[in-house]
Design a protein around this ligand. Structure first.
Ligand code: UFG
Length: 346
């Protein structure tokens, strides 16, 4: 059985990926310092898959402990590296915290890989590297635009670090960079999902918390953009679809199917939806009300972006399958599950 290390495996995308890996017969070791996740997520993973993944409470900044973990666990076949800070606004306030965490964690892993004879790494990147693309849908060849936040910059720099490292030692490394568009929704069992810390920054957790009454109203950031209804457009991708792409990417590496030792893929649906469309769809699908108010634009927001996912379709044989209705339904089911199991956090 192949053994995969998942850093940040207790987090939102990480936990869904662990489920898909275990469903496909991989043995998983999670490395997570629980800085933005809860240990209880392991119960959800175990309930869904029947297997409790191995767990190591290690900070990826801690080179010595990571080294010891690789030594004792032995024979790891690949790494999926999710562990990173991801709040755009916070990164503007605390840039060094973001640069240290996101960059040094990756560097530690890349340095330890050859020492422990691990060749394969999948990296969580983001469509943020494109900024506002000149052409839509955006392909992987679109120019990388100057980052609008330290967070976005860490994703660009991490991509470069991996590219340079893989280029310098092609026999030693294989890397797949996955550029996520906007992941939303939860596992269909509602046993795992997104656990926002405090007031959510992202749209869907805010919509769900407003619908359930934790927040009095959603603020829609701007309706004067150059889009059909004036609100921003994003490519919202179901988190389980996204998770499945990681399994496909890993198999491609492990079966020596890569054409170059570094490959990059967009992971999106190819379809853009506006903020107002998301609100309307959420209300319709779940038969709930989402009170909202239009306010001014949020600084740093991109007007519109959606993916050309042709490369992932053709090369990985991966495609987003879940419908937006099912996805928004899963987000609501998860919010209701949280309301039953968690005290209200404001
Ligand atoms: N939005 C609102 N109200 C809210 C929250 C969001 O109207 O309370 C809008 C935003 O203005 C945006 C859309 O909903 O138009 C999506 O916003 P999110 O914060 O959910 O997602 P972003 O597209 O801003 O963020 C994503 C990723 C980040 C990445 C960023 C770069 O989540 O990792 O794109 O633009 F850095």
């Amino acid at each position: 059985m192949s053994k995969i290390l998942v850093t940040g495996g207790a987090g939102y995308i990480g936990s869904h990926t662990v489920v898909e890996l275990q469903n496909e017969g991989f043995e998983v070791i999670i490395v997570d310092n629980l800085s933005n996740s809860k240990i209880e997520v392991l119960n959800g993973i175990e309930k869904i898959t029947g297997v409790r993944p191995a767990f190591e409470n290690i900070d990826c900044l801690d080179y010595m402990n990571l080294d010891r973990m690789f030594e004792t666990r032995g024979n790891i076949d690949g790494i999926i590296h999710f562990a990173a800070y991801k709040a755009v606004g916070e990164s503007v306030e605390k840039p060094l915290m973001y640069y240290r965490n996101n960059l040094v964690s990756l560097i530690n892993l890349l340095q330890l890989m050859p020492i422990h004879k691990i060749k394969n790494i999948v990296f969580s990147s983001s469509c943020t590297v494109y900024g506002q693309p000149d052409q839509l849908p955006v392909t992987e060849n679109a120019p990388i635009k100057p980052a609008l936040s330290p967070y976005g910059n860490t994703k660009q720099i991490c991509e470069e670090i991996i590219r340079d490292t893989a280029h310098a030692a092609p026999e030693t490394y294989q890397a797949i960079l996955l550029r996520y568009f906007n992941p939303i929704g939860a596992h269909p069992t509602a046993l795992i999902g997104e656990l926002p810390n405090g007031v959510p920054n992202n749209l869907l957790p805010f919509v769900a918390q407003t619908a359930i009454g934790i927040r009095p109203e959603l603020k829609v950031f701007g309706n004067d953009y150059n889009t059909p209804d004036g609100s921003c457009i994003r490519d919202y991708i179901n988190v389980v679809d996204l998770a499945r792409a990681h399994v496909v990417a890993l198999k491609r590496m492990m079966n020596n199917k890569m054409t170059e030792n570094i490959e990059t893929f967009n992971l999106g649906t190819g379809r853009g939806l506006s903020v107002l469309e998301i609100i309307n769809d959420f209300e319709r699908v779940n038969d709930v009300k989402v009170p909202y108010q239009i306010v001014g634009r949020r600084e740093g927001d991109i007007e519109k972006v959606w993916a050309d996912a042709t490369l992932a379709n053709e090369v990985l044989g991966w495609q987003a399958k879940e419908t937006i209705d099912d996805t928004l339904g899963s987000a609501w089911a998860w919010e209701k599950h949280l309301a039953e199991t968690e005290p209200k956090s404001v």
